[in-house]
Design a protein around this ligand. Structure first.
Ligand SMILES: C=C/C=C(\O)C(=O)O
Length: 258
């Protein structure tokens, strides 16, 4: 059995000191997915002790592009904490992370709680107030991004930050699977994708999340932000870089790194 409290503490320390740890799947080869999620919760509890709170959740590994990039074959989730939310208007210090990457996705703001195992796309749509263009900063507290599924789960879904664009679009005004996205780095277009890349429809990712959380007795709360997963692969970040993603009908989000 894995000592999840100790592992959660190790991940917390790695993040704080910028000293990554070896893959947990090597130091604890028998770690189960349940133990990895328990480790994530222990990390989150440790972060609460510093005074932060849950702002929402991220769903990861919902697109083929990200699954292929990281060599995993199924979605996971992590917690977005209040101190992980950055503003579009203030450059984010790349030096506060170990090996940061940025990715672009559709996010949702909830107006109702979502509970339970038998959630449908319709239930999820009713609980969402707005769709929002979003960037997620990901990072790995595991050395050199050498992660297997259980490593990234334990490491809070490799999440490090979120930036929300300024637009808020009601779901009635947008067909999420057909939203086209373009990604620009320092003014040059580097990638493009479509909402359907996320499990066919980003709302299905939220259904997946509600069901996955239910197994661990966690529900989604009104006011939370849910990042539904990157549409295209993540991009390495260096200080001085500016990234922007434009989404048809949804607006844009920008993030600059100092
Ligand atoms: C390792 C992180 C993956 C994601 O955040 C994603 O696929 O969105």
């Amino acid at each position: 059995m894995v000592i999840t409290k100790l592992l959660g503490e190790e991940i917390y320390e790695a993040e704080k000191t910028l000293k990554p740890i070896p893959p947990i799947t090597e130091s604890h080869p028998g770690i189960t997915v349940d133990e990895a999620y328990e480790t994530q919760l222990q990390y989150v509890e440790r972060r609460f002790a510093d005074g932060t709170r849950v702002a929402g959740k991220k769903i990861g590994l919902t697109s083929k592009a990200m699954q292929e990039m990281l060599g995993v074959d199924r979605p996971d989730y992590g917690h977005i904490l209040e101190d992980m939310i950055f503003s579009e208007d203030t450059p984010v210090d790349a030096g506060r992370f170990i090996a940061p990457r940025v990715e672009f996705e559709i996010a949702f703001i909830l107006k109702q709680d979502i509970n339970g195992a038998d959630v449908t796309v319709e239930n999820v749509a009713e609980a969402i107030e707005f769709a929002v263009p979003a960037a997620e900063i990901i990072d790995s507290r595991i050395r050199d991004w050498k992660i297997k599924f259980e490593d990234t789960v334990a490491d809070n879904g490799s999440s490090a930050g979120a930036v929300l664009g300024n637009t808020r679009v009601p779901l009635a005004d947008i067909a999420l699977p057909s939203v086209r996205m373009e990604v620009f780095k320092n003014g040059e277009k580097i990638n493009e994708g479509q909402g359907s890349a996320v499990l066919g429809n980003p709302l299905k990712a939220v259904v997946w999340l509600a069901e996955a959380l239910h197994q661990y007795g966690i529900s989604l709360k009104a006011g939370e932000v849910i990042l539904a997963g990157a549409l295209t692969k993540a991009e390495d970040v260096r200080s001085g870089d500016t990234f922007k993603a434009t989404f048809d009908g949804l607006g844009e989000v920008k993030v600059t790194f100092s």
